[in-house]
Design a protein around this ligand. Sequence first.
Ligand code: SF4
Length: 291
Amino acid sequence: MSKGCRLCPLACGAERTKERGACGAKDKVLLVKYGLHPYEEPCISYKNGSGTVFFGGCALRCVFCQNYALSRAQTGTEIDAKRLAAVFAELEERGAENINLVTPSHFAAQLLETFRLYRPKIPVVYNTHGYETEAVLRALDKYIDVWLPDLKFFSPALSARYTGRENYFAVASRAVSFMARRAPDVREGKMFSGCIVRHLILPLCTDDSLRIIGWFAALRSPAYFSLMAQYTPCGEAAAYPELTRRITPREYKRVRGFLEQSGVRNAFVQSLSAADEAFIPDFSRKNASLF
Ligand code: SF4
């Protein structure tokens, strides 16, 4: 068997010192941008903003990705663990409420190396698409305070259409079950540890959203649920006629109403007005601001 990378469920076997994996990553961390993010859930952004670190590459690659250039590893600077540790320390000094690692799973080995060099004094948030192996989550567990996974699709047909991964729910539901066990520690409105499971409503996909919510409610975990309404056509969405519009008030109301009746007690619900490109970080600007 090849000694190549098998960090994520794709297990593509790439020799990352010589080539890119299917996620687009090589052996060095691809850092795209970092800064204070004011638009995460209130308990994450809290007062000063979340110290968000955006990495290049992604093992899931949704066709409608709002960070398309990042997920396709088209932008960024290769850095080592020492530089990443310095980024964490700088964000702390700037008053970040936490260190928020966005889609980091393909750099799990480099993250472990970084945490051994520098352990942030503020909470560390692991912000993931949910398509994770349990082995990686277990390895990172003692360094992560807040798990922030997406649960994107229930239907294998839907995940196959939009990511090419028919087994998304089978993999992500196992990963979310692991992360959702983390007991929440929320004080004066700030989350110090815990888990928030995010779900983005897609156009024409409200049945799928209802199945996700039903599954999460049945899990009876202490995790929070975050319903997101910010879908706006990005990436390759133009090639999918049903994805070329935002969600309608009727779609929003249906999913929101179901969540309210579902028995899920701790939930964040994004307003429909959040579906605006102004909420997508601008990665083309070379300054320290995300927006
Ligand atoms: S993390 Fe990247 S290189 Fe490693 S198995 Fe997954 S896709 Fe391949």
